[in-house]
Ligand binder design. Sequence first.
Ligand code: AHM
Ligand code: MG
Length: 320
Amino acid sequence: MSAIGMDLNRFILEEERKYPKATGSLTIALTAITSAAKIIAAHVRMAGLADVLGATGLTNVQGEEVQKLDELSNRILVQHLSDSGQFYALASEEMEEPLYPEKGKNGKYVIAFDPLDGSSNIDVNVSIGTIFSIHKKVSGTIDDFLQEGEKQVAAGYIIYGSSTVLVYSTGNGVNGFTLDPSVGLFLLSHPDMNIPGRGKIYSINEGYYKRWDDSLRSKVDSFKERGYSLRYIGSMVSDVHRTLIKGGIFAYPADSKSPSGKLRLLYEASPMAYLVEHAGGKASNGVTDILKVKPEKLHQRVPVFLGSREDIEEMINHND
Ligand code: AHM
Ligand code: MG
C-alpha cells in the first residue's frame, strides 16, 4: 500500500509504471483533471462572494463578468481537457452535444463529466463536486460515449467540502487524495478504499415516498425498523463519498414522476458505480448492474442503488 501523504502526481506515475506498455497518455489526462479541479476548488471557496457579485450582474475585481459556478466549472474543465491533447471528445452535463477539441485529434480517450454536481447546494454552502468518466476512443463517433460502464479506463470525483478530496480509480483499487491548500498538492489521504459489507445508513430523498412503488417502500421501511439512520445531503458526490467511507445505501430510484430516476448514466451513475464496485461494493439500477447497462443516449437517466454489497443485495432483486 502507498504511503499516506504521497503526492498524487507521483502516485499516478507509479501506477503507470506497473503497465510496461503505458505511453503516459492517461497520466497527462488525469493531470489535466486535477489542475482543473484545483482551480474550480478555489472558485467554490469564493462562491458566496461570486453569488453576491453575480446577483447584481457586476464584474469581479479582475474586470471579468461573474459567471454562474456550474458554467464556469464547465469552461475550466473544457479548457484544461482540450489543451491536454489526450481527449478526442468531451461530453458534459452542461453541453447538449459532445465537443471535439482541435488539439485532441490524436487523443486516445473520450471523457464525460458533470462539472459541478449538486450545484443547487452552492447557495447554502453544502459540499458539491465534479464527476468524470473516461473511456477509450474506439470508433471516433458518438458510440465512444455509449460504451458500458465496465469498459471505463478511469473514473472519479472531486468533492469540494470542508476539504477538497479527489477519489479515483483506474481499475486497480480506489484511492483518495486531499488537497493541501498551503502547497496546492493533492496528497494521499484515503489509500485503498473499501466499503464495509454492511452499513448503518440509508440515503434517499424520502420526501418522494408517496411516488415510490410498494416494494421500494417496504424495503426502506425494513431498514428503518432495524435502526438504520437517514442521511441525505442531496448532493450526489457528498452522499456517495460518505457511502464509500462509512457504507450503507445511497439510492435515487425511479418513481411515478421520474420513471428513470434523475441521475445521468454517463457522468453520474456510471463513474460512481465503477468506484463503488472497485471498492468492493455494489451498484445497480434495480434490475441489473449499472456497469453492464449499454447507454443509448448521451444524457440518459438511470435509477441508482449503490453502496455496501449486502445492503444493496437486500434492496434490489438481483445478485449478478
Ligand atoms: P444536478 O446535476 O442538477 O446538480 O442534479 C443532481 C443532484 C445530485 O447531486 C443529487 O443526488 C440529486 O440531484 C438530488 O435530487 P433531489 O433534490 O431530487 O433529491
Ligand atoms: Mg449533476
